[in-house]
Write a protein that binds this ligand. Structure first.
Ligand code: GLY
Length: 267
């Protein structure tokens, strides 16, 4: 059996779930789960409804720096603060498969993308510019702006389970308002993403809170009683958090706010 599950970020309207079902139904046609999750995340990176790739949130200085990651059992690749590329998730895959490393950041990640043939691409949109105006107002008023008024945390992610082989991918423009150089949970294994022993998970929410909890690894460690553990996490967080994935053959969608998600399966 092949199964894939997608999310559009915690806080995203469930009205977008039909669109994600469609992206899931396209992506499930690949033979390999890694191909499927990268394809699914690319659909979302190219869709202005989501904060990843085109449409990514701007940093307070007006720049766009994106994070993305892929993971399979025993391997991982991510890019941190990459700029001027269309599909950061594809670059993350190329880091995993085409370098001796697992993480590339900043100008090194962008330079690597060019070497791999990713052309210069500006992912900024009018929506991101409008969001930046709001972010600057919040940040000027309150030095703890990030926690008092998070404006957007809508990372996108996908996990596929094809005949027991699991792959995960996720991508984000980051949680706004944020400083240039800030890094969230998305490119950190065990925080925004984790795959091991028939378990695969991607997370969404304020990256700092996910990193402090090592959320994806913590839920893997408690996978025998995942739903109960999630209740404890949700009860102890005043911030928006969400996860999707597979616990063995069983898909899960857990969030403390609305979260668009999509699903497809082929016997
Ligand atoms: N969860 C995405 C971020 O905080 O960057």
């Amino acid at each position: 059996m092949r199964q894939i599950i997608l999310h559009g970020g915690v806080g995203s309207s469930s009205d977008l779930s039909a669109l994600l079902d469609k992206y899931a139904s396209y992506s499930i046609n690949y033979e390999d789960p890694l191909d499927a999750v990268v394809a699914a995340v690319k659909y979302m990176e190219d869709d202005l409804n989501f904060n990843a790739g085109t449409g990514s949130t701007m940093r307070l200085d007006g720049s766009i720096q994106m994070d993305a990651a892929v993971m399979i059992d025993g391997n991982f690749g991510s890019v941190i603060n990459i700029e001027y590329v269309k599909n950061p998730v594809q670059v993350a895959r190329e880091v995993m498969e085409g370098t001796p490393h697992v993480i590339l950041c900043s100008d090194g990640a962008t330079k690597f993308a060019r070497e791999k043939g990713h052309p210069q691409y500006d992912p900024s949109t009018d929506k991101a510019k409008k969001r930046l105006e709001d972010a600057r107002k919040v940040a000027t008023k309150d030095p703890r702006f990030f926690y008092s008024s998070p404006l957007s945390v809508d990372t996108v992610g996908a996990v596929a389970n094809f005949e027991g082989k699991i792959a995960a991918a996720l991508s984000t423009g980051g949680s706004s308002p944020m400083m240039r150089g800030r890094v969230g949970d998305t490119p950190i294994p065990g925080s925004g993403i984790f795959v091991k022993d028939g378990f695969g998970i991607v997370a969404t929410g304020i990256g700092e809170e996910i990193i402090r909890r090592q959320l994806s690894f913590a839920l893997y460690c408690k996978k025998e009683r995942l739903e109960d553990e999630w209740k404890i996490v949700a009860a102890n967080s005043e911030f928006s958090l969400g996860v999707v994935g597979f616990n063995g053959q069983k898909p899960f969608v857990l969030a403390n706010r609305s979260m668009a998600h999509g699903f497809a399966t082929v016997e």
